[in-house]
Design a protein around this ligand. Structure first.
Ligand code: PEP
Length: 251
């Protein structure tokens, strides 16, 4: 069965109680919007508060990461169960900023996906090439390699999202061209379909991330291959974020 489109905001290490309050004041109630899921992923400390505040608006909350173990002596870390307890329904996993900043990220990604699934949280698995890889025409190989771990393992009954986020487009103001987005999303769908049956292949969502803003979102959202967007900077402004949600409603 086809899923709702997903519009997800990643606040990264930004935002605070004041921003949550600003959203409550300025972001319209979208509970009546059909076929759209709207999600905000604040930092861990604000998850519970954001969940309580945003549920009245019809916005879900998610985390930006989780630990790869269920519990234990991991000072400063946060488990998927803790995230679930605070009302989250999604976890972003393998964001390029985490892959770059934490050497162990790549080797722990599949475990993190499993921890999310253990708690009935939908993983948003981030993939994407860097600039040098793009210039060397290595995008396909990079994506296959990043997705290999999930395809080797049994995710058949699982609802998951793949976020295609070319690294050079994140926070840079540069957006992948529309033909590039279509082509890469089709490629990702093909990689997934080779591993899973058609039903699973159709029901998994592939979303685009990388400098999505109100002025470029409409064209991206109209692409047949795009099941949603992951938004960094523009999700920190309730008006900008709502403009993008409105585009989706039109599409
Ligand atoms: C992101 O961090 O996932 C992202 C896409 O950021 P931005 O929209 O700011 O490029």
């Amino acid at each position: 069965m086809p899923h709702d489109k997903l519009i997800a905001g990643n606040w990264k290490m930004n935002g605070d109680i004041k921003l949550i309050e600003e959203f409550v004041k300025k972001f319209p109630n979208i509970k009546s919007f059909q076929n759209i899921e709207v999600l905000i992923c604040p930092s861990f400390p604000y998850l519970g508060q954001a969940f309580e505040a945003f549920k009245r608006l019809g916005i879900k909350v998610g985390a930006q990461d989780c630990h790869y173990k269920t519990n234990g002596a991991y000072t400063g870390d946060v488990s998927s169960k803790m995230i679930r307890d605070l009302g989250a329904s999604y976890i972003i996993i393998g964001h390029s900023e985490r892959r770059d900043n934490y050497q162990s990220e790549d080797s722990h990604i599949f475990e993190k996906v499993k921890r999310a699934i253990d708690e009935n949280l939908t993983p948003i698995i981030c993939v994407g090439e860097n600039l040098a890889e793009r210039q060397n025409n290595d995008t396909e190989a990079v994506l296959k390699n990043q997705l290999k771990i999930f395809l080797k393992n049994d995710l058949k009954e699982v609802d998951f999202v793949v976020a295609y986020e070319p690294k050079w487009a994140i926070g840079s103001g540069q957006v992948a061209s529309l033909p590039e987005i279509s082509k890469t999303h089709s490629l990702i769908r093909e990689i997934i379909s080779q591993a899973f049956n058609m039903e699973i292949e159709r029901s998994s969502r592939i979303i685009y991330g990388g400098s999505v803003k109100p002025d470029n979102s409409e064209k991206i959202l109209k692409l047949e291959e795009v099941d949603g967007v992951l938004i960094g900077g523009a999700s920190l402004d309730p008006q900008d974020f709502f403009s993008i949600v409105k585009e989706f409603k039109k599409v």
